[in-house]
Write a protein that binds this ligand. Structure first.
Ligand code: LAC
Ligand code: ZN
Length: 492
């Protein structure tokens, strides 16, 4: 096991090494491998170093933790068999999907088994009468979008990684995306789940209904639990009719703070866009550079708002666009660009979706996923810039402004490694304290996973954290399922 941070291979931090030495998980031996091979077939048990490296990271910075083996079950029954076996043997198991997460939720920090759900990628049923879809966890999110759109339907959650993330991972992290502002997040679409528990038991939560007042809501508890409570093996999702029309608008603002203020004004004017994204100048520049384009001139422009309006009536959308143009004019906005062709709309959204990768590809950074009440967005942005001046860092921000969800990228630039390591936790702690003071919280859609654990006490009291630990203990008393996540503040 080793950790590679920001592209530099490093020895594992001493504290983590000690924890590893003192952990009670069983190392995987030839005996275990042959048990797995007889359960799943030899080709679905991976042990080659190259393969293990591939499964040792997601999109979170440059963290890498090697699993000891990768298993690829093909059915609920196989998942159940693997779990029962690992439970009996005290082997750590970390489930994974598309490995595009941004909080290290699937990093196998204690080695052990990486349980990849990628072969369980079937769409089981599209119910066009009740507007529901039943899927396995390994289906790529965009595949769901396309499958239901063919029936005039829509599955709204649309994380930027939609072309490679898997629905099981979206459920685990409670993914959001740009359309969440109008349609809501993953949790709001999950009606029912099949889940394999840590001991191999198979349970079913929820029902194929839109309202449900029957007992504790285990479905909503599992969604967002980052693979620490059970392995999701089947998902029933709610669908909505797909609106016939979608407009895309881009509005420049000389002052980024004005762009933030304009966001809440839009809703106060009774307009609910299907997306309203904030993009700081440098984020847009990084993105354009990444895609090899320079279509949008950002000279003198601190930020843009990228907006989608959807609906079924052209006249309504035209009126809303005009109302927005007028509103923005009064709030410091420049001339609004109206994407007139499908190609232009797609190009704009491709640019928006690549921002994460673009920042990652350009520089060493640390990304935060802060979320505050929408009307506090301008305060959050001003604070992060002030914090940057205090701690001598530069930041690039973008995100789902309508949700008050700002992706803050703290950039290393030429800061020394020592300074960077010292500065980061202090600055992030201050940032989160401020966010909580504003009524917000640590993560809007990326999760706590591995990298944000130390900050949990900023958002929760010890009583609240203890309740969460107890819940984990009820589901997974031996602590074998995705260990080292969410609730171990001392680990990172
Ligand atoms: C996005 C990812 C980083 O919004 O959440 O692009
Ligand atoms: Zn996002």
């Amino acid at each position: 096991l080793f950790v590679s941070k920001n592209g530099v291979k490093q020895a594992m931090p001493l504290e983590l090494q000690q924890k590893h030495q003192s952990n009670s998980f069983t190392p995987i031996s030839e005996k275990h491998l042959s048990a797995f091979r007889s359960m799943l077939g030899v080709t679905h048990v991976l042990t080659e170093n190259e393969q293990l490296i591939d499964y040792g990271h997601d999109w979170t910075e440059d963290l890498l933790f090697m699993p000891e083996v990768v298993l690829k079950p093909n059915s609920t029954q196989e998942v159940s068999q693997v779990m029962a076996y690992c439970h009996a043997q005290l082997i750590a198991v970390t489930p994974c999907g598309g490995r595009t997460g941004l909080s290290g939720g699937m990093l196998p920090v204690y080695g052990g088994v990486m349980l990849s759900l990628e072969r369980m990628n079937r769409i089981i049923d599209i119910d066009t009468k009740s507007l529901q879809i039943t899927v396995e966890p390994g289906v790529i999110t965009q595949t769901i979008h396309e499958a239901v759109e063919a029936h005039g339907l829509m599955y709204p959650p649309d994380p930027s990684s939609k072309g490679s993330c898997m629905i099981g991972g979206n459920v685990a992290e409670n993914a959001g995306g740009a359309r969440a502002v109008k349609y809501g997040i993953t949790r709001e679409y999950v009606l029912a789940l099949e889940v394999v528990l840590a001991n191999g038991d198979v349970i079913h939560t929820g029902a194929k209904v839109l309202k449900n007042s029957t007992g504790y809501n285990l479905t909503h508890l599992i969604v967002g639990s980052e693979g620490t409570l059970g392995v999701v093996t089947q998902i029933v999702l709610k669908l909505v009719p797909k609106p016939a029309l979608e407009y895309t608008l881009l509005v420049p603002f000389a002052k980024a703070v004005d762009a933030c203020k304009a966001v809440s004004a839009v809703f106060q004017h009774g307009i609910v866009p299907s997306a309203i994204e904030f993009i700081e100048k440098d984020a847009l520049d990084f993105g354009q550079q990444y895609l090899g384009m320079n279509t949008y001139d950002t000279t003198g422009i601190e930020a843009h708002l990228l907006i989608n309006l959807d609906g079924n009536h052209e006249q309504v959308l035209v009126e809303q666009s005009e109302a927005l143009a007028e509103l923005f004019e009064h709030m410091g906005g420049g001339e609004m660009l109206f994407a007139s062709s499908q190609a232009e709309k797609e190009a704009l959204w491709k640019l928006r979706r690549c921002l994460g990768e673009a920042v990652k590809g350009t520089t060493i950074y640390k990304e935060e996923d802060t979320v505050v009440p929408r009307a506090e967005l301008a305060n959050l942005l001003s604070y992060i810039k002030q914090l940057g001046r205090e701690h001598n860092f530069y930041s690039v921000c973008y995100g789902h402004a309508g949700d008050g969800n700002l992706h803050i990228n703290i950039i290393k630039q030429n800061m020394s490694e020592t300074e960077w390591k010292e500065m980061l936790p202090k600055a992030i702690e201050k940032l989160f304290q401020y966010v909580v003071q504003l009524g917000g919280t640590l993560s809007g859609e990326h999760g706590i996973g591995y990298v944000q654990q130390r900050y949990m006490p900023i958002a929760f009291s010890s009583v609240e954290l203890e309740l969460m630990r107890n819940i984990k203990g009820v589901f997974d008393p031996k602590g074998i399922l995705n260990p080292g996540k969410i609730l171990n503040p001392s680990l990172t």
